[in-house]
Structures are given as structure tokens and as C-alpha cells.
Design a protein around this ligand. Structure first.
Ligand SMILES: [Zn+2]
Length: 169
């Protein structure tokens, strides 16, 4: 395998990894929201029951009312604990995503700067060679190096001048 093939294989696996991470991240957020929503609904239902009990019953139901309040309070505590746990998990995932995203942006910048992709269709570079050319100036012969680059789509550059256009357009 050439270095370019290895390089693009690595990019592809990083991109795949990011998509997988976003999937996990999205799932986590959805779960977190649904757990909190469910507990909120349960708390609201208990709140309504308590208000109802308060208006209809005197001392006979005060004991069960207190029990309900205790359950209510413990659920709030559990909700808060859950939220904190999820927050930590989500923060870790967010940091990982940020780090990988930074790495990807860095790699994307490298790909662009190094001319590793066709500027029109993003096809990868397939050949890049350098060869010497000779020219004469004021009766003296000089040697210079010319770069030849060919992309998979057919786009070809010689000495940074287009020789064949991108075939994908
Ligand atoms: Zn192209």
C-alpha cells in the first residue's frame, strides 16, 4: 500500500469513529431527556394528587400524605443524582468529540494545504513526481525541478499549471 492509501484509510476510519461517537452522544442525550421527562411527569402527578387530597380530606389522610411527600422528595434526589451522572458522562463524550473534531479539522487542513485532493471533486491524489527540466538563459544552461501531480479523477497538474481537467465535473 502506498502512503496516500494508508493516509486515506486512516481518514476514513476517523470519520467512521466520529459518526459512531455522535450516535452514542445523541442516544445519551435522548435517554437523559426521556428519564427526566418521565420523572417530571410522575412528580407532577403526585403533586396533583396531594393538592386533591389536601382539599378533600382532613387529618385521616395526613399520614399517607406525608409518605407521598417522602417518596416525592426521594425521587427529586434520585433525579438530581441521575442528572449529575449523565452530566459527567455527557461532558466526557463532548470532550472526546471536541478533541476528535479538532484532529479532523487539522487533518482536513493538511489535506487541503498539501494538495492531497482534487480541488473540484475531492478525488485523492494518485501520483506526485518531481523531474528535472533544463532551460537556457543568457547563454547558460540551468536545471530546475518540476512537479507532476495526477488525481484519481484525471485532474493533472504540471509545474502547478493544469494539464488535464477534472473528469468528474
Ligand atoms: Zn476531480
Amino acid at each position: 500500500m502506498s502512503n496516500d492509501v494508508i493516509f486515506f484509510t486512516q481518514i476514513a476510519s476517523i470519520v467512521g469513529f466520529i459518526f459512531a461517537l455522535f450516535g452514542i452522544y445523541k442516544l445519551l442525550i435522548q435517554q437523559k431527556d426521556s428519564v427526566i421527562q418521565l420523572l417530571k411527569e410522575q412528580l407532577q402527578a403526585k403533586n396533583d394528587q396531594i393538592i386533591e387530597l389536601k382539599s378533600t380530606t382532613p387529618d385521616s389522610l395526613s399520614k399517607s400524605l406525608h409518605e407521598r411527600i417522602a417518596i416525592f422528595e426521594s425521587e427529586i434526589v434520585r433525579l438530581k443524582l441521575d442528572e449529575v451522572n449523565h452530566k459527567k458522562e455527557i461532558e466526557e463524550k463532548e470532550n472526546t468529540v471536541l478533541k476528535v473534531r479538532e484532529l479532523l479539522l487539522e487533518l482536513a487542513g493538511t489535506i487541503e494545504n498539501e494538495g492531497l485532493m482534487c480541488p473540484d471533486c475531492n478525488a485523492p491524489l494518485s501520483i506526485r513526481t518531481h523531474h528535472p527540466v533544463f532551460y537556457e538563459m543568457n547563454g547558460r544552461e540551468y536545471e530546475t525541478e518540476v512537479e507532476f501531480a495526477q488525481y484519481e479523477c484525471g485532474y493533472t497538474l504540471r509545474d502547478e499549471i493544469e494539464e488535464s481537467p477534472c473528469g468528474v465535473k
